[in-house]
Design a protein around this ligand. Structure first.
Ligand code: PMT
Length: 215
């Protein structure tokens, strides 16, 4: 079985020294990749810039921007049996990139940076996947969490969506723990207690395998 995992943040360049990013450490995605490796799967990681390594010395395909991540996903997605999108992909990027360093205005007026939407990698793969592929999305929510996550599952045509909270302790970005709710396309909702991201990875694969067995 071949498994693709996207992990980490993306960086959307403003100029040669500045970018827009987020607090993703990559730990959730890398934990999933390492657990998939332990299961004996062929593992492919496409990773934004992170300061962590796979414990199994898996070599990620490193990218910076959402566009680069999307381009790398498109190169290999067709061969994958399972695709898990754990990356915190920036929804927006600057409309234009300044080749140099933007200077402060003489009159100290505000600097306005216009942003435009990035490609939605998960949603686009959800449109073109084949019926034998399992697509797992994540949802980082801050209110009406289950409702928003389920809408995302439907809108992006996922088989599973892993909900985690953006504003609760031991959930989401950076820490070693996460508090996930696994929602499936049949409407099943499984709230999990706070656990190590490596243990979350195990729970996610238990669910994936139950979907695979469902056929
Ligand atoms: O990396 P860690 O520090 O361990 O933190 C883990 C995590 C919080 C990053 C992870 O658990 C998580 O929630 N990842 C998804 C974060 C996110 O972008 O959530 P979202 O609800 O905005 O995105 C929904 C889904 O669409 C995600 O699967 C995301 O990968 C995908 N997406 C989003 C935007 C975009 N342009 N393309 C995408 O593919």
């Amino acid at each position: 079985m071949k498994v693709l995992i996207t992990a980490g943040p993306t960086r959307e360049k403003i100029d040669n020294v500045r970018f827009i990013s987020n607090y993703s450490s990559g730990k959730m995605g890398y934990a999933i990749a390492d657990y998939a490796y332990d299961l004996g799967y062929d593992v492919y990681i496409i990773s934004g810039p992170v300061n962590i390594k796979s414990i199994n010395n898996l070599n990620p395909i490193m990218v910076e921007s959402a566009d680069e991540m999307y381009s790398e996903v498109l190169k290999i997605y067709k061969e994958m049996d399972i695709l898990i999108f754990a990356a915190a992909v920036a929804d927006f990027k600057p409309v234009s990139y300044v080749d140099g360093k933007i200077k402060k205005n003489e009159n100290h007026s505000n600097l306005l940076i216009e942003l435009k939407e990035n490609p939605d990698i998960l949603a686009n793969i959800g449109k073109i996947k084949n019926e034998n592929q399992i697509v797992v999305g994540f949802a980082l929510e801050s209110e009406n969490e289950v409702e928003h996550a389920f809408i995302k599952l439907k809108r992006k045509n996922c088989d599973l969506i892993i909900l985690n909270s953006a504003n609760k302790p031991n959930s989401g970005f950076d820490g070693d723990y996460n508090t996930i709710t696994i929602i499936d396309k049949y409407g099943g909702i499984e709230e999990k207690p706070t656990m190590l991201k490596s243990e979350c990875a195990k729970e996610i694969f238990i669910k994936i395998n139950s979907l695979l067995n469902k056929g």
